[in-house]
Design a protein around this ligand. Structure first.
Ligand code: LLP
Length: 408
């Protein structure tokens, strides 16, 4: 069957056949959608010097990282693991920004010594950076602009109570350490949160950075983070990238004129680039006609896609085997020994055991947030690109679960 559910989502490969060939459950990514998203972002900001640093926490499959690299997209990494994965995929350290969140300084040292640029996220890290490197290495400073926006409490990262970044109200302290150690601050960074639809929060945060920037004479970069909203529901409002591009471009140009120099504008999107490209294909196992509800169990759970349970996120579901069946109302649930409800009171074409159900928008924070809970194996991943479906990660086996255990 063809996925034709939302305007951006078409998968012209048979879901049942993919599951037959590679097993179920299965993550499938469509390269054409990644290509299209990169292009749309580049076009929206063609009026400024813009760089995309893909927030690879969203999806670190090597094939996805390599595709990003091929498309001229650089990386935002948050751990030594992501840094190493980036290198493995062919990125030079200089193409990666390390955006830590209270990590051990040694992690920062490794990344910086190899050539990555760090987004300094605390006063104490700033002091350590100054003592360690003086002016010999460049850095960006991650400011907390005190802007509240995002799709869920857990993914808002710039409000006053958020743990992330250095509050902009501490600017005097920041400047004191920068001056004391002659720290080479080449950029200011912020990330407001995830699932931000409107332009206003981005503009608000940008204005905070622009004001602060006037205290730093050697800037080259303003990094506005990620967080663009994608459409999880077919009729969801999403970030209007053309509009956002026009608004930010105007403000950024005015700022550069005031600053007296052309700067680069950086973004670090995760979801925007890879959410819509991904599907989690699952198979209905049991249809339970309970007096209260009808439950559809699938051969997956919070171990493979935790977003619905963690953030109450909506993922659209298609019955790819019986798309024209009569509509019925279901709770779609997982097989884990927890209440792992994917969807409540969801209308779907009648589901029979064996039907392949596709969860849409599973390309971002799907596999990367998966686990081995209940000693379940993580699924395989397939990349469909330029007319070819390729296995890009094999399904786990018992050996993978036992590999790190010491059998005394
Ligand atoms: N930059 C920084 C510093 C970030 O912390 C994040 C996401 C991003 C960029 C990318 O944000 P995006 O464009 O993907 O919204 N697991 C949650 C999202 C957590 C995002 C964490 N940081 C979810 O599935 O909704």
């Amino acid at each position: 069957m063809q996925f034709t559910d939302t305007e951006t989502q078409t998968l012209d490969i048979d879901a049942a056949q993919l599951c037959q060939q590679y097993g179920s459950p299965l993550y499938v990514y469509q390269g054409s959608i990644i290509r299209r998203k990169v292009q749309a972002l580049q076009e929206a900001f063609s009026g400024v010097t813009m760089k995309i640093k893909y927030a690879c926490k969203a999806n670190t499959n090597l094939a996805v990282l390599r595709l990003m690299r091929e498309l001229g997209v650089e990386l935002d990494v948050v751990s030594p693991g992501e840094f190493e994965m980036g290198k493995y995929a062919g990125y030079a350290p200089e193409q990666m920004t390390f955006t830590p969140s209270g990590v051990p300084y040694e992690e920062v040292r490794t990344a910086v010594d190899e050539g990555a640029t760090v987004n300094v996220d605390s006063i104490s890290l700033l002091e350590w950076f100054g003592q360690t490197y003086g002016s010999s290495k460049p850095c960006l400073i991650r400011l907390k602009p005190n802007v509240t926006a995002g799709g869920h409490d857990k993914i808002m990262t710039a409000h006053p109570d958020s743990k992330f970044g250095i509050s902009v109200t501490l600017l005097d302290d920041i400047l004191a350490f920068v001056n004391k150690y002659s720290i080479n601050v080449i950029g200011l960074h912020q990330h407001t949160g995830s699932d931000i639809k409107e332009a206003e929060p981005f503009l608000k945060a940008a204005r905070v950075l622009f004001e602060a920037a006037m205290h730093f004479p050697n800037l080259q970069i303003i990094d506005l983070g990620g967080g663009f909203k994608v459409g999880y529901k077919p009729d969801d409002a999403v970030t209007d990238m053309q509009h956002l591009g026009a608004e930010i471009t105007e403000g950024f140009r005015a700022f550069c004129a005031r600053y007296g120099r052309e700067l680069q504008l950086w973004f670090e999107p995760g979801k925007y680039l890879v959410s819509e490209c991904g599907y989690l294909l699952t198979t209905a196992t049991v249809v339970k006609e309970d007096p209260a509800r009808t439950f559809v169990h699938v051969d997956s759970g919070l171990n493979h896609l935790i977003r619905p349970m963690m953030y109450g996120s909506y993922h659209h579901i298609l019955n790819t085997t019986n798309p024209d069946g009569p509509l019925k109302t279901y709770n779609v649930v997982g097989y884990i020994c927890e209440t792992d409800t994917f969807a409540t009171d969801r209308e779907l074409p009648e589901v029979r055991p064996g039907d392949v159900l596709a969860f849409l928008n599973a390309g971002a924070y799907g596999f990367t947030m998966s686990s081995n809970y209940n000693a379940r194996y993580r699924p395989a991943e397939v990349l469909v690109d330029q007319g070819e479906a390729r296995l890009v990660r094999r399904r786990e086996t018992l050996d993978d679960l036992l590999r790190t255990q010491i059998d005394l």
